[in-house]
Design a protein around this ligand. Structure first.
Ligand SMILES: [Zn+2]
Length: 209
C-alpha cells in the first residue's frame, strides 16, 4: 500500500515562527504541525498525512510501534467520532496503535468508547506534559474568570460539560458561564529549556487541587 505523506516541519524554524502563540487559538493545520514538532523533539519519527486524510493526521513511529494520531484543536468536548477517525487512520496507514491528542478534554462517552477500542486519549494535561517535556510549550493553570453579574470568581466544572460556571448557580440560579479551558497553553518563547522530570513533577502538582 502506498500512501502520500508529507515531511514534518523543521522544529527550530517552526518554533521561531510561532514563539509565544496561544495554542487554543491555533487553526487545525498549525495544531498538527505543533504536535509533529513536539513528537520529533521527543525522539520519534514523524510523518504528516495528506490534507484530505483518511483518519490520521500524523503518523508517529517509536521503535517497532507506529501510531496513527488524530489531532483535535477544539473549543468544546471532543466526542467519539475522533476515536473512529483514529482507528480508520490506523488501518489506512499500516499503524499498530491509535491515539487522539487534543488541546481540550474528551466527553465521558468518548472516554468509555476509547477504552473498548483500545485507543489512547491525550487531553490537555497530557498535551501540556508533552509540550513542557520537549520544551515546545508552556502550560499554566488559567486564572478563574469573574462572574460578570455576581463579581465573584467562577468555578471550573467538568461533570456536565467542561466550562467555568458561576458558584451562585445553586443559590441564586445565576447561569453565567465562560470559556472552558482551565489550562493556558502557549508555544514556548525563544529560549527553549528542555527539562524533563522537574517540569513534569511541577505540572503534576499543578493539577492536584
Ligand atoms: Zn453569577
Amino acid at each position: 500500500m502506498v500512501v502520500a505523506l508529507r515531511k514534518p516541519p523543521d522544529p527550530a524554524l517552526w518554533l521561531s515562527a510561532h514563539a509565544g502563540e496561544d495554542i487554543h487559538e491555533m487553526d487545525g493545520d498549525d495544531f498538527e504541525d505543533l504536535l509533529a514538532v513536539a513528537f520529533q523533539l521527543r525522539g520519534n519519527v514523524v510523518e504528516l498525512t495528506e490534507h484530505f486524510d483518511r483518519g490520521a493526521d500524523i503518523v508517529v513511529a517509536s521503535g517497532r510501534e507506529r501510531w496513527s494520531v488524530q489531532a483535535k484543536r477544539r473549543d468544546q468536548w471532543v466526542d467519539r467520532s475522533a476515536i473512529d477517525q483514529a482507528i480508520a487512520g490506523m488501518s489506512a496507514y499500516g499503524c499498530t496503535a491509535a491515539r487522539v491528542v487534543t488541546n481540550a478534554v474528551f466527553d465521558p462517552d468518548a472516554i468509555a468508547y476509547a477504552r473498548t477500542r483500545d485507543v489512547t486519549l491525550w487531553d490537555q494535561k497530557d498535551l501540556a506534559n508533552l509540550l513542557t517535556d520537549t520544551g515546545v510549550g508552556e502550560a499554566s493553570r488559567s486564572k478563574a474568570p469573574t462572574c460578570p453579574r455576581c463579581h465573584v470568581p467562577m468555578r471550573y466544572k467538568e461533570k456536565h460539560g467542561a466550562f467555568w460556571g458561576c458558584p451562585n448557580y445553586r443559590t441564586t440560579g445565576c447561569r453565567e458561564t465562560a470559556r472552558y479551558h482551565h489550562l493556558n497553553l502557549n508555544v514556548a518563547g525563544d529560549r527553549r529549556t528542555p527539562e524533563a522530570e522537574p517540569t513534569r513533577r511541577r505540572l503534576f502538582e499543578l493539577f492536584r487541587r
